[in-house]
Design a protein around this ligand. Structure first.
Ligand code: GUN
Length: 297
């Protein structure tokens, strides 16, 4: 059994990006610039955005954070999105989710110019990805596929069971892994909360991608010997304050102690898929800055 070290791979990719950017700047090219819109003061969102700003520093990117109070109107947000769309110095930007309930998330995401949509959430990018055209692939599916690639995990002809059908993980990762590509060429089953006999689909799988958001869902008796298990879950579970300063720890969708001994490869939580999702945004921003991703069609 080999533990897939997402932290190490993410650090390697970040170093690759930083080196490339140094070279671009040294030869007179443009410094990549990522902007983020953050609405309100949600603790999780503040942490995510602070991480993104730090990643920009590590990668030699410029970053801009634009803050609004929870009371911001949809019109004001859309007008800020349009300003960023039109700003030639900003290569890519994100609107941190979730947004307050009075804001229509879809409307905001669709207002983003898909050529600057480094989160890969715009319907144009989702659609292009699903038919195999160059696009911005969203962070988590990108991170998963990159881990499979860098660990040389064979995917062609394998049965991959995806647990979860969310727009940001389950659907896109299923779509990527069924494509004629490497990694890819899998036979994919997507299971969700209404699937009957999930255990059977898991037991038959060569690769399981657990993205339900149900801590400890995948048990040892649901996994066949030699399977590859990718754990996307990151639920905060409370623990006694003597154990951690924060009072919680991250728990994945996989019962790691039971499942790991049966696997050929497994991602831990934390330190598996999580760090890869952060680096995906940097990769997309660099692509946006280089500017040729959509030019061939
Ligand atoms: N909220 C949680 N994860 C993400 C992400 O990847 N992008 C955005 N925009 N918001 C998030």
């Amino acid at each position: 059994m080999q533990i897939i070290d997402g932290k190490k791979i993410a650090a390697e990719i970040k170093a690759e990006i930083a080196a490339e950017v140094k070279q671009i700047i040294a030869s007179g090219g443009k410094q990549p610039h990522l902007a983020a819109i953050l609405v309100g003061h949600d603790g999780g969102s503040e942490t995510y955005v602070a991480g993104k700003v730090k990643d920009c520093e590590d990668c030699n990117f410029k970053s801009t954070l634009i803050r609004f109070e929870d009371s911001v109107t949809e019109e004001i947000l859309i007008s800020e999105v349009r300003k960023l769309n039109a700003n030639p110095d900003v290569d890519g930007f994100i609107v941190q989710l979730p947004l307050p309930r009075h804001i229509n998330e879809h409307k905001i995401l669709e207002a983003i110019d898909y050529r600057k949509d480094v989160d890969g959430f715009h319907p144009v990018n989702v659609g292009r990805m699903s038919i195999g055209l160059p696009c911005f692939i969203s962070a988590t599916p990108f991170g998963i596929v990159e881990l499979l690639r860098r660990y040389n995990i064979e995917t062609a002809g394998k049965h991959c069971t995806v647990l979860g059908r969310s727009n940001i993980v389950g659907k896109p990762v299923a779509s990527l892994l069924m494509q004629k590509n490497n990694p890819g060429d899998c036979t994919v089953t997507v299971c969700h909360s209404r699937t009957k006999d999930i255990k059977n689909y898991c037991l038959d799988a060569d690769i399981i991608i657990a993205a339900l958001g149900v801590p400890g869902f995948l048990k040892g008796n649901m996994v066949k010997d030699g399977a590859v298990v990718i754990d996307v879950g990151t639920t905060r579970v409370p623990v006694p304050s003597s154990e951690t300063k924060t009072g919680f720890r991250l728990k994945g969708d996989v019962e790691f102690e039971e499942v790991a001994p049966k696997c050929s490869f497994i991602t831990p939580v934390p330190g598996g898929v999580g760090p890869m999702t952060r680096v995906a945004l940097m990769k997309n921003t660099l692509l946006a800055c280089k500017g040729n991703i959509f030019s061939e069609n």
